[in-house]
Design a protein around this ligand. Structure first.
Ligand SMILES: [Cu+2]
Length: 131
């Protein structure tokens, strides 16, 4: 490789690094995102869950959650979230009747960015078979 093209590659690389730095505060820490949930978003449960668990790409520094009905009404029924490494466990403190729900979350990720998101799920009890 000639010296000129190597210099050009270095220049492109440092511009890219600078762009990442400006966009994100630091190239060494990415903001965290939801990587898994129980229940999974979009799932239909046959009974009220006892817990909702969210897994993030890194350990969140702080978490706020809200349980909403389909029309956006905030519901009781979830307790304080507990952070356990990358997992956040949210106890469901009341039986959720059949219906559709949205759990919204707001986390403060390790790079101090605030990330909002939500998962949707529904509860549909399966009727007992007719005798
Ligand atoms: Cu970030």
């Amino acid at each position: 490789m000639c010296i000129l093209s190597r210099r050009r590659i270095l220049a492109v690389a440092s511009i890219t690094m600078a762009a990442i730095w400006l966009a994100h505060g630091s190239p060494l820490s990415a903001h965290d995102m939801l990587v898994k949930s129980m229940p999974e978003t979009g799932s239909s449960l046959v009974e009220s869950p006892q817990e909702i668990a969210l897994k993030f790409s890194g350990k969140p520094a702080a978490v706020l959650v809200r349980l909403l009905a389909l029309d956006g009404t905030e519901l009781n029924g979830v307790g304080d979230p507990a952070i356990d490494g990358r997992w956040v466990h949210i106890p469901v403190t009341e039986m959720l009747p059949d219906g559709s729900y949205k759990l919204t979350f707001r986390i403060t990720s390790r790079d101090a960015h605030v990330i909002d998101g939500s998962i949707d799920f529904s509860v549909r009890h399966v009727p007992a078979p007719a005798q």
